[in-house]
Design a protein around this ligand. Structure first.
Ligand code: KG4
Ligand code: ZN
Length: 360
């Protein structure tokens, strides 16, 4: 089963060819990603109109490149998969229409993929993980703990009730005058800072629910920065260190509860796994903290290579390949893009959560 995947839900234009054999083993034949970060950086965030135009300009070429790098032609592809949501509608339309047109012209089955499902199934491609497992998705648009029970069977255990974690990093960076995207900048400054000079809040810490909250933390940073103004480089470094420490501590509390919940739900799973995905998973301090938490709790910690943790089309092709291999019927070419599309259709929407709906 060889699938062409297309991803255009936010600020990465991506195309990939992925293969899945009968045993469920995957192989990436090509994975081309073009980031638009430079286009959006002057605005301090993703501008939907700029994103959609940029996808239109490069997508055809990227698909050609993905086929070429895989040394195949469209004839050698068994199915086409494209992200249909959630995300920015302008960008989704570009990828979805292109995918449908190719599927129609080449007479191949078409799969409309939920971007979050792409993230959720990636560890099966990279690490051959069996269901069930836990997925912590921490990106610029989403912060969710998902129980991945099977193909198409997802339960959202917790989500952010306000800002996504990547968004909190980006907003904190902006408040401190650091460039976009803020996550890597905050991490760099934090290394030089004193984490004990300031204490910031740990939102929801100790609460039974499995949700996350980060806007209070960002507000505390704003108040602190205002009282210190003008900020010296040492102040900035110390605030970043305090922020990152508060995030790590919060994640530790929130995630450990989900690990316990998993144990209760699946006492027979011998080697349970926690998988991380999303750009924030690049953060070494947070990653190390999660790794330690997992080893303390007897969980395997799986962090796919960063290029597959962040937005890419290999995960979309793989999700299509998993569905096609499962004999799932292909989707109709009438299917429309969806800016909001929860993985867990039973989950109740939380006010303010995933507001941007743009980045996953
Ligand atoms: O998954 P991703 O590349 O894009 C989407 O959100 O779709 O995630 C980007 C987010 C940004 O908010 C960025 O600031 C954050 O991930 N990020 C980080 C780090 N690298 C990227 N956050 C914390 N520490 C990092 N090292
Ligand atoms: Zn994503």
């Amino acid at each position: 089963m060889r699938v062409l995947g297309i991803e255009t839900s936010c600020d990465e234009t991506a195309a990939a060819i992925v293969e899945r054999d009968d045993q469920g083993h995957g192989r990436i034949l090509s994975n081309v990603v073009l980031s638009q970060i430079a286009d959006h950086a002057p605005y301090g965030g993703v501008v939907p109109e700029i994103a959609a135009r940029a996808h239109v300009e490069v997508l055809d070429r990227l698909i050609g490149q993905a086929l070429q790098e895989a040394h195949i032609t469209l004839d050698d592809v068994d199915a086409v998969a494209a992200t249909a949501g959630p995300g920015l509608v302008g960008g989704l339309i570009v990828g979805l229409m292109t995918g449908k047109a190719i599927a129609m012209a080449a007479q191949k089955p078409f799969y409309a993929i939920n971007h979050l499902e792409g993230h959720a199934l990636t560890p099966r491609l990279t690490d051959r993980i069996d269901f069930p497992y836990l997925l912590l998705l921490v990106s610029g648009g989403h912060t969710q703990m998902v129980l991945v029970k099977g193909l198409g069977d997802y339960e959202r255990l917790g989500t952010t009730i306000d800002d996504a974690l990547g968004e909190a990093f980006d907003k904190t960076a902006k408040l401190l005058g650091l460039p976009y995207p803020g996550g890597p900048e905050v991490e760099k400054a934090a290394v030089l800072g004193d984490p004990d000079r300031f204490t910031l809040p740990r939102p929801l810490k100790g609460e039974e629910r499995l949700d996350f909250s980060f806007s209070g933390l960002k507000t505390a940073v704003r108040q602190l920065a205002t009282t210190l103004e003008p900020l010296s480089q040492t102040d900035i470094n110390d605030i970043c260190a305090a922020f990152q420490t508060a995030v790590a501590d919060t994640l530790d509390d929130r995630v450990s509860r989900s690990l316990r919940r998993f144990r209760q739900s699946f006492p027979d799973v011998e080697e349970p796994a926690l998988v991380v995905a999303g750009g924030v998973a690049a953060n070494k301090v947070l990653r190390d903290g999660l790794q330690e938490l997992c080893s303390e709790n007897g969980f395997r910690f799986v962090a796919p290579p960063l290029a597959l943790c962040t937005d890419n089309a290999a995960m979309i092709a793989w999700a299509g390949a998993e569905r096609a291999s499962d004999q799932a019927p292909a989707d109709s070419l009438d299917i429309a893009p969806r800016s909001r599309w929860p993985l867990d259709m039973q989950s109740t929407p939380l006010i303010g959560a995933g507001r941007r709906g743009a980045k996953a």
